[in-house]
Design a protein around this ligand. Structure first.
Ligand SMILES: *[C@@H]1O[C@H](CO)[C@@H](O)[C@H](O)[C@H]1NC(C)=O
Ligand SMILES: *[C@@H]1O[C@H](CO)[C@@H](O)[C@H](O)[C@H]1NC(C)=O
Ligand SMILES: *[C@@H]1O[C@H](CO)[C@@H](O)[C@H](O)[C@H]1NC(C)=O
Length: 373
């Protein structure tokens, strides 16, 4: 009967309408306190940098993100009067740690996302316990950060690789803060018994000017890219600039080999852990012939080093990542997040933690702005 069918249709229609109504209602209900509800930007995003890292603001006039990095619609500002309008407010940890800067907690507009930045390792980071429940996003060198910011990366090469600098030494190391208790100091001391190591940097009274660094380390076949502490994903400019950009083969000490392999081809570096002893490592370095040495540079045919050293680039990346940033996230225990993920390889007081079983995170998906390797 037609009337029966109409009734069914009517009922179905009502259910659909009610469902739609509830669905829409969901968007009008208030979000719980502290959960960011980012505005949908019409005219672009405003990123407020509450204090400039290390206190030297860069030139932000003009559309720096578009002109320098091709990121459109991204206004970087240090003008604190824009707190109410800002889409994201950025806080660099060093100045919070030292007390030079304070969080404007009392003036925070409801639901405004705050982003915490550090590029230091947990061994040199303090005062996180009081920063719980404040930040929605983090930017660090860790791949599981909301905004992943490595010190460098390999990118497809646009022009032929420059020839390698001529070598007149075997191994070099630049070190500013030498502490006998660090694992890198112990490895260096043992290595130096077997092969000559040219030592530069403040620790040895031979500082290199910024412009001289790469041209100096490039004259040696190998560079000791030893991190000051061993932490999850903690790989710094010691690898990217001092070794790879300079044209020296990095001998790395830091996270496990598998971590480096997420960033570099496996044959682009030598890992201290590849050897049973430092003596074996020394023998490997001093005994290497030219043809074997050349194999460490195969990546240069198709890849080039790109350093991420300008804070403006790092801040512009917030805009390019913005559409993909998780909504509703709060780092309730920032300390636990930052100190976690190290597993047993985290450095305890007095040197290296015991190796073995160090937890590896899943790799970030390829693609995206800074993340593909
Ligand atoms: C800052 O950048 C703008 C635009 O690129 C330029 O015109 C200006 O001279 C720069 N100012 C300083 C102090 O370097
Ligand atoms: C900061 O922003 C306010 C509000 O837009 C503006 O009146 C002021 O001139 C700005 N200050 C600077 C130093 O740009
Ligand atoms: C160079 O060293 C490699 C690895 O030890 C060896 O296989 C190769 O024969 C050597 N080449 C020359 C030319 O000595």
């Amino acid at each position: 009967m037609p009337s029966g069918r109409l009734l069914v249709k009517g009922l179905l229609g009502g259910v659909v309408l009610l469902t739609l109504a509830f669905w829409n209602l969901k968007f009008w209900l208030p979000l719980p306190e502290g959960v960011p509800r980012p505005r949908q930007p019409q005219a672009g995003l405003t990123v407020l940098i509450w204090h400039w890292p290390f206190g030297r603001p860069a030139n932000l006039s003009g559309d720096v993100c578009a002109t320098l990095y091709g990121v459109e619609g991204c206004l970087l500002t240090t003008n604190r009067s824009l707190l109410r309008q800002a889409d994201v407010v950025v806080f660099h940890h060093r100045e919070l740690q030292s007390g030079q800067a304070r969080l404007p907690l009392g003036e925070r507009p409801p639901h405004q996302p705050w982003l915490w930045i550090t590029l230091e390792s947990p061994s040199h980071t303090y005062g996180l316990a009081r920063l719980g429940g404040i930040f929605n996003w983090v930017m660090t060198y860790r791949r599981d950060s909301d905004v992943f910011m490595p010190y460098g990366e390999l990118v497809p090469r646009a022009s032929p690789a420059p020839t390698l600098p001529p070598k007149d030494g075997l191994v070099s190391w630049v070190v500013s803060n030498y502490h006998a208790g660090q694992r890198r100091a112990a490895v260096y001391a043992e290595l130096a018994k077997h092969v000559p190591v040219a030592l530069f940097g403040r620790a040895n009274g031979r500082p290199l000017c910024p412009a001289c660094l790469v041209s100096t380390t490039g004259r040696y076949r190998f560079y000791l890219a030893f991190e000051n502490s061993q932490h999850h994903d903690y790989i710094t400019e010691k690898l990217w600039r001092n070794a790879l950009l300079a044209g020296a083969v990095p001998v790395v000490l830091g996270p496990p080999r598998a971590t480096y392999e997420a960033f570099l081809p496996p044959d682009a570096f030598i890992h201290v852990d590849d050897f049973g002893s430092v003596r074996e490592l020394a023998r490997f370095l001093s005994g290497m012939n030219a043809s074997c040495y050349q194999l460490f540079f195969r990546w240069r045919e198709r890849l080039a080093v790109r350093l991420h050293a300008d804070w403006r680039e790092r801040f512009c990346t917030i805009c390019s990542r913005y559409p993909h940033l998780p909504r509703g996230r709060v780092y309730r225990d920032l300390e636990a997040w930052f100190r976690g993920g190290d597993g047993p390889q985290g450095e305890g007081p007095g040197g290296a933690g015991g190796g073995g079983g160090g937890g590896e995170v899943p790799q970030v998906p390829r693609g995206g702005t800074q993340e593909g390797f």
